[in-house]
Design a protein around this ligand. Sequence first.
Ligand code: CA
Length: 221
Amino acid sequence: MRLLLVEDDAELGPQLQVALQRAGYAADLATDGIEAEAAGNVEPYDLIVLDLGLPKRSGLEVLSNWRNKHIHTPVIILTARAGWQEKVAGFNAGADDYIGKPFQIEELLVRINAVLKRSAANVIGELQTSHFKLDEQTQSIILNNGEHHDLTGTEFRLLRYFMLHPGHVLSKTVLTEHIYEYDEDKDSNVIEVYVNRLRQKIGADLIQTRRGQGYVFGADQ
Ligand code: CA
């Protein structure tokens, strides 16, 4: 999953970006309202974490502009703890959730996870199939026979994206856009390599190849 983090605080922004990356997300950072709006307009983010107090253009205005353009990417707003008016205005502008500053990173991660699952596949709780479950804390998979397999960062991002979009035909381009950050070297041929590695860990049948179209996850679900 690929996120946009919009935070102008020079300390908090990079700190959150690293925390999101450690949690297995590709995370781009924008530090003002205009940059954020432009990125959200063109990049296919799975979720946006949006501070409301931003230079150049306020977070509320950015959010309204996205929604007016029918950009429905889920948005979690960062608000002042006591500012209930801000929260109301944020929900009216189209926010999906909010978190009051200051907050613990763990709380933000839990909310991101919940909003992503709600919006992607209406999944609640753990991501699992009849063969295995994905442990998002340890970024590993646990097979029904109890075997554990650790995943690399990219394998984890890819598998989580598949599991949140079961039954969809996902092209290499789409997968690339959702698992890599803006400035990362994006080679969609590498997806093939990662898909094959995942197949070795979860079983070959769970990710089907559709020639010329891409991949479909979880025909058994
Ligand atoms: Ca701010």
